[in-house]
Design a protein around this ligand. Structure first.
Ligand code: EPU
Length: 431
């Protein structure tokens, strides 16, 4: 399970070329899988990345009595009609933050749910108070016993409520959308998160009978009703915007020509604007982005830019680590302000060991000076997004890098080494 990647660096040469296809979005499909609990018939999901987090979510669902059929790669049929169990598998839920979104549909359908404090990447506190407070507002009782929350809806039925999120949380927004779908009456989520994955989830649920208004805005209204029916309508995963963004950074730093296909450029607009401002030549098409004749441009010709992570459509925290790698190469000084998670800059210590000039000002802010020559080192990925950033740094660096703890990268990126090899990266997996 604890594989390593060995990457031979290009020593600053921009030789990668070809096409790289973006996979289905992890943070969309995990929620879609959870939403199948709201359905009375089977749901067919297409273009599902077979990453570790998806496998864990399938295991949790199976444990709840859900039937899962894998028709072919990335194509699953999920049948929740026989599911009755309301206790989330503890071991798996503790590994993955996304498990918490199951609480909404389970509580809404069965009137109760038991779950442990969810785990996930070590990037900050990742509290769950919004979930607990919201369920109470929807008329549920909350008990905590032996490390697990036991939540019960009064009379086995949630009632609609007004829920104000103190921070626009992505998973809380998704959870209350799903909780509202089978609740009595109207649920209003205020200060809801705007991430495209939320609208993607709502759009599919609406197409199957849910009454949801305002997804993609900061006020969402859900009118409760009956179990949803897919009637054979298939869900096809939206492209992963974090993969898209990471490949853009990789392309800008290490490729001569690269075409990023199957992506939605609108979802990464802020990154495109920033990269263009710093001098990266990009051609944006409807579903692809081209980096052309980039080999002649030296990375030091790129200009530094300050970055502040924010909820969508601001700069995504999930792209902060790849962006820092970009900034280690650009000319000038950049302040990177991670506003969402207080533990999400710790990986910069390893980048410093590779030669980056980074000064940590406090847990939320670093100063990155470029350009710096990176040298291959042994590093350990603390979370999946920083893991991919280390791969990019390794490709750029002089010499060989060893990236440990590859399981974390596999949680979010399917077969990344094979996909990178196709564009010219020298990367091997060792068990
Ligand atoms: N927050 C609370 N209380 C809560 C919930 C959230 O205080 O009950 C705070 C968090 O501590 C954080 C902020 O609200 O400071 C935002 O957290 P949010 O709930 O939005 O994060 P999340 O839903 O746990 C999702 C993604 C993350 C992504 C963030 C931000 C999933 C499964 N995870 O996390 O993705 O970074 O939104 O966009 O959708 C990843 O994929 O690598 C990843 C970490």
């Amino acid at each position: 399970m604890n594989d390593k990647f060995v990457v031979k660096g290009l020593n600053g040469k921009k030789t990668l070329s070809g096409k790289i296809r973006v996979n289905g979005a992890k943070n969309a499909v995990l929620k879609l899988m959870a939403s199948t609990i709201l359905f009375e018939d089977k749901v067919e999901l297409l273009d599902i990345p077979e990453i570790e987090d998806v496998k864990r979510m399938l295991e949790i669902l199976e444990d709840l009595g859900v039937k899962i059929e894998r028709k072919e790669k990335g194509h699953f049929v999920i049948d929740t009609s026989k599911a009755k169990e309301t206790v989330l598998n503890r071991e798996i839920s503790e590994m993955m933050r996304a498990s918490i979104v199951l609480t909404g549909p389970i509580l809404s359908r069965f009137g109760e749910v038991t779950f442990p404090i969810p785990g996930g990447c070590v990037i900050g506190a990742r509290a769950i108070d919004f979930f607990i407070d919201g369920f109470k507002k929807m008329g549920a009782s909350v008990n905590f016993d032996k490390g697990a929350y036991i939540i019960k809806a009064k009379g086995k039925k949630l009632r609609g409520a007004e829920i104000f999120l103190k921070t626009p949380s992505v998973t809380a927004t998704e959870t209350f959308i799903m909780a509202g779908v089978l609740a009595n009456g109207k649920t209003v989520i205020k200060n809801s998160a705007l991430e495209p994955e939320i609208k993607n989830l709502a759009d599919y649920l609406i197409s199957c009978g849910a009454k949801i208004k305002g997804a993609g805005t900061s006020r969402i209204e859900i009118t409760g009703g009956n179990l949803l029916k897919s009637k054979g309508k298939k869900y096809k995963a939206m492209p992963d915007r974090v993969e898209t963004g990471s490949f853009l950074v990789l392309g800008a730093l290490c490729a001569d020509n690269l075409e990023i296909t199957n992506c939605n450029p609108d979802d990464v607009e802020i990154l495109l604007e920033i990269l263009k401002d710093s001098g990266v030549l990009l051609e944006v098409k409807k579903n692809s982005i081209l980096i052309k004749n980039n080999g002649k441009i030296k990375n030091k010709e790129f200009k530094s830019v300050n970055i502040k992570t924010k909820e969508y459509p601001g700069f995504p925290t999930d792209l902060q680590a790849p962006m820092v790698v970009f900034l280690t190469q650009a000319s000038g000084e950049a302040l990177v302000f991670e506003t969402i998670f207080e533990g999400r800059l710790n990986y910069t210590e390893d980048l410093k060991r590779m030669g980056a000039d980074i000064l940590m000002l406090d847990p939320h802010r670093v100063l990155v000076k470029g350009p710096a020559v990176l040298r291959g080192r042994k590093v350990e990925s603390p979370d999946l997004r920083a893991g991919l950033a280390f791969i990019i740094a390794g490709i750029l660096a002089k010499g060989e890098s060893i990236i440990d703890n590859v399981y974390l990268i596999d949680r979010g990126y399917e077969n990344i080494e094979e996909r990178l090899r196709k564009i010219g990266v020298d990367i091997e997996r060792f068990s």
